[in-house]
Design a protein around this ligand. Structure first.
Ligand code: SF4
Length: 338
């Protein structure tokens, strides 16, 4: 006797590690779909990096029992960030262009595995820039996925999508969640038996006001920043001396070590000789005047007395000359702070 087993229809989900996309996946699984998750990383995401990048998303995918594909948007993302077609949010976040790129990456996976449509945890009205009706439609259009993006948490409030119209999804089982409150999501999480639902939001440095200031400064002076330039933005205190020259001063031991590992050929690392203090990375025009200023700022942030000279070590390649400088006064160096 032959048994006919109907294959489950495939769906791709953009998975962020947050609660909303987790709920969206579960809703589709409950409707009998085989979900493949796609995690998108950009140079600006900051997901649980302390525990190893993407650790939490991997854990989420395992808990949900879905396959996980990770897509890294690197140079293309940086290129888009220079002039996002739909502008920036309150930081340097190009949310509409960013979401369109993410969905485009998801579309590729859809095509590879033969999925019917794509879902995300987006909630109508939750985020000011990208989650209102017109923005959602723009994102669909820009990603070439018109009618094929389902947002299960809010779908019953949105125009019907292709899979709903064709009867693939039951619209009556889709959500009507709107706005920034997480009450409904937490209720659903309880219903689905999710333990320790993650906190809301976070993860994108481009929405962080202090980071956005540093990123804008970088894009102003460097035509195409590298991931090394961007990784530098994530740590330390930043000072700009001129269009080519920057100093980054570590704020703790971890940052000092990171600065050492991010130093490129041609960069100078500065440290105090006789006192506990930061490591600074000095990049750009190493003129005597700039070098003295960089050394004086480094000394200023060390435990060295502020009213007398101190010795700093200037490390470039294999050479380590020493320099005697006076710590710079706050009123003098603050003008360079980014
Ligand atoms: S918050 Fe960041 S990751 Fe999220 S859509 Fe906006 S730019 Fe993209």
């Amino acid at each position: 006797m032959s048994v006919f087993v109907e294959e489950k229809k495939k769906v791709v989900a953009l998975l962020s590690g947050g609660l909303d996309s987790r709920l969206a996946v579960k809703m589709m699984q409950n409707q009998g779909f085989d979900v493949t998750a796609v995690a998108i990383k950009t140079p600006f995401c900051d997901f649980d990096c302390g525990r190893g990048c993407g650790f939490e998303i991997r854990e989420t995918a395992d808990t949900l029992g879905v396959d996980l594909k990770t897509v890294y948007l690197g140079d293309d993302y940086i290129e888009m960030l220079k002039h996002p077609k739909h502008g920036y949010g309150s930081g340097m976040n190009p949310c509409i262009d960013c979401r369109a790129m993410m969905f485009k990456a998801g579309k590729k996976v859809m095509e590879e595995i033969g999925a019917e449509f794509i879902i995300s945890g987006e909630v109508l009205g939750q985020r000011p820039m990208s989650q209102h009706g017109p923005a959602l439609r723009t994102i669909e259009k820009e990603s070439g996925l018109e009618g094929k993006i389902v947002r299960p948490l809010s779908a019953a409030l949105l125009p019907p999508t292709e899979p709903e119209m064709s009867g693939l999804i039951k619209r009556e089982s889709l959500g009507m969640i709107r706005g920034r409150s997480r009450k409904e999501q937490l209720k659903l999480a309880k219903e689905f038996g999710f333990e320790n639902p993650p906190n809301a939001g976070g993860g994108c440095l481009l929405t962080d006001p202090a980071f956005a200031i540093r990123a804008k400064d970088l894009f102003r002076y460097i035509e195409t920043p590298t991931t090394n330039d961007i990784d530098l933005l994530k740590i330390g205190r930043h000072f700009r001396f001129n269009s080519k020259t920057k100093l980054v001063v570590g704020r703790n031991k971890d940052e000092n070590e990171m600065l050492q590992s991010l130093a490129l050929d041609g960069d100078i690392l500065i440290e105090t000789k006789d006192h506990v203090g930061p490591t600074s990375l000095f990049r750009g025009d190493h003129s005597e005047k700039n070098l003295k200023l960089a050394a004086a700022i480094t000394l200023r942030y060390s435990d060295a007395p502020k009213d007398t000279t101190g010795v700093v070590i200037i490390q470039q390649g294999d050479t380590k000359p020493e320099l005697l400088v006076y710590p710079v006064a706050e009123s003098e160096y603050l003008q360079y702070r980014i």
